[in-house]
Design a binder for this molecule. Structure first.
Ligand code: ZN
Length: 492
């Protein structure tokens, strides 16, 4: 792949910047993964797919990529605060199982949902509970640097002290005064010098199940600490990209940035990236709002909000139709439209292989421009909606050749075919659900054999057999259409 300039919007500088990796030819990216205390839901699909496309695109552009996406299995307390119960411990208490059973159950379900969405596994998937030693070492560094204090066995980050030298709020566009006004005085925060301060290490209350020894107390790490510790461990003190949902920008990423700066003297992240949220009919998704949709419910249609089931690729297509920094509103109508668009695209991806070519057709200028146009869109801050619209131009050209209103030569057919394999399939990760990696070849092959039996029956004028095969295939959702040159089949 030819070297292309890649521009990425940096949340920290509020502008698109030319991407320059820390190490030439290599990309290090860290994305905050799920806290595994419940089923993967629609809100997990967007960051999952967004950073997957980024991962795939970098690889297609020829970079070696190390993609780290963590699993939060300890330290994430209710309401994202420093008090209250650990989300996983609470689930374990309610279900009367070990916290690590909760972690295992929902990690496996998350992996399965991501697999179905064709999200590639990251290069490393570290867990917070597996990196307690690194987190304790980081707390020590921040203490030594003078940006934290001990209080009754807990360690807190001293935000006001940090803000004297650095800018706490630089990422989320706040200053200390705004933050102070927005902070509630919660019960149980008496250990803190200020409600702005956040926990690096918490002394465990007697009823707290998950705890580890430390120089300060038997306790557990603060939620923000794991990502600073694990990104440094696997990507180094300075690395390229840190991503996550917009909802994590404050306090999570703001605190991470402060921890990095306090311990290493620099933020350590060159590009901060945030994907926007999915709303449901304009509302935030939430269990209490009654519009909470898990991914397995979407795949089966088993939720009162849903008119029907939606396939994983329909959901992937739906998400990629919006730019990752734009809000995306879920509705049945929007998903049904995405389903149609996805099917049209996949049909063209199939048809392109059998397009007739005309040896003496002049090279088509529109076809020649498609590849550059699509990569230009993708390299412009991952503009997937524009990339898809370029691919729809390719679909239109394929259909014109198919209905014989346009003639192209073999080279142009090759360009079109590559767009569907290299971009649609490899980068956007949209695959034909009837021919996915596990069942596709087999299904295609078996239908091909049956269709051939029918062709032979027809050739022998055995109309009864030919019609029976057609009807039986139809009952299974396979439509056969007889054409001048033989027949075509499609799976409904
Ligand atoms: Zn994180």
């Amino acid at each position: 792949m030819m070297a292309r300039s890649f521009y990425l919007y940096n949340t920290l500088s509020h502008q698109k910047e030319l991407f320059k990796p820390v190490h030439p030819g290599m990309v290090g990216m860290y994305v905050c993964g799920p806290t595994v205390y419940g089923d993967a839901h629609l809100g997990h699909a967007r960051p999952g797919i967004t950073y997957d496309v980024l991962f795939r695109l970098f690889k297609k552009l020829g970079y070696k990529v190390r993609y780290v996406r963590n699993i939060t299995d300890v330290g994430h307390l209710e309401n994202d605060a420093d008090t209250g119960e650990d989300k996983i411990a609470k689930k374990a208490r309610l279900e009367q199982v070990e916290p690590m059973e909760v972690v295992q159950t929902y990690t496996l379900r998350y992996h399965e949902a991501m697999r179905r969405l064709n999200v590639l596994p990251p290069s490393i998937e570290p867990r917070a509970s597996g990196h307690i030693i690194e987190q304790i070492a980081l707390v020590k560094k921040i203490l030594d640097a003078g940006y934290a204090y001990e209080s009754n066995g807990s360690i807190y980050f001293d935000v006001a002290k940090y803000d004297e030298k650095h800018h706490y709020g630089i990422l989320s566009g706040r200053n200390l005064e705004d933050t102070r006004e927005g902070t509630r005085n919660l019960d149980g925060q008496d250990d803190k010098h200020s409600p702005l301060d956040f926990a690096l290490w918490k002394k465990a209350a007697p009823e707290h199940i998950m705890h580890w020894p430390s120089p300060w107390s038997e306790g557990f790490p603060g939620w923000h600490l794991e990502c600073s510790a694990m990104s440094e461990k696997y990507l180094g003190e300075v690395f390229d990209i840190h991503g996550g949902g917009m909802d994590l920008m404050f306090p999570h990423h703001e605190c991470e940035l402060a921890q990095n700066t306090a311990s290493r003297g620099q933020g350590g992240v060159h590009y901060w990236m945030h994907n926007n949220m999915i709303t449901i009919k304009g509302q935030k998704m939430g269990k209490s709002l009654g519009n909470f949709i898990t991914l397995s419910e979407l795949f089966t249609g088993n939720n009162q909000v849903l008119d029907q089931a939606y396939t994983p690729m329909t959901i992937r297509f739906f998400i990629l139709q919006a730019h990752y920094r734009s809000p995306l509103d879920f509705s049945n109508e929007a998903l049904q439209a995405a389903e149609k668009g996805y099917k049209r695209m996949m049909q063209a991806a199939k048809d392109v292989k059998n397009l007739p070519v005309t040896a003496d057709a002049v090279p088509n200028a529109e076809v020649a421009a498609l590849t550059d146009r699509v990569y230009e869109a993708l390299c412009d801050d991952l503009n997937t909606p524009i990339a898809l619209s370029v691919l729809f131009d390719a679909v239109r050209l394929v259909n014109s050749v198919k209905d014989k209103s346009l003639k192209i030569n073999a080279e142009d057919r090759q360009i079109l075919a590559l767009l569907f394999t290299d971009v649609l399939q490899d980068v956007l990760g949209l695959q034909d659900e009837t021919t996915d990696a596990t069942s596709g070849k087999l299904v295609d092959g078996l239908i091909g054999m049956v269709v051939e039996q029918r062709r032979q029956a027809k050739a022998a004028k055995d109309w009864a057999t030919s019609d029976r095969i057609r009807d039986q295939l139809k009952a299974l959702g396979v439509q056969i259409k007889d054409t001048k040159d033989g027949c075509e089949w499609t799976i409904e």
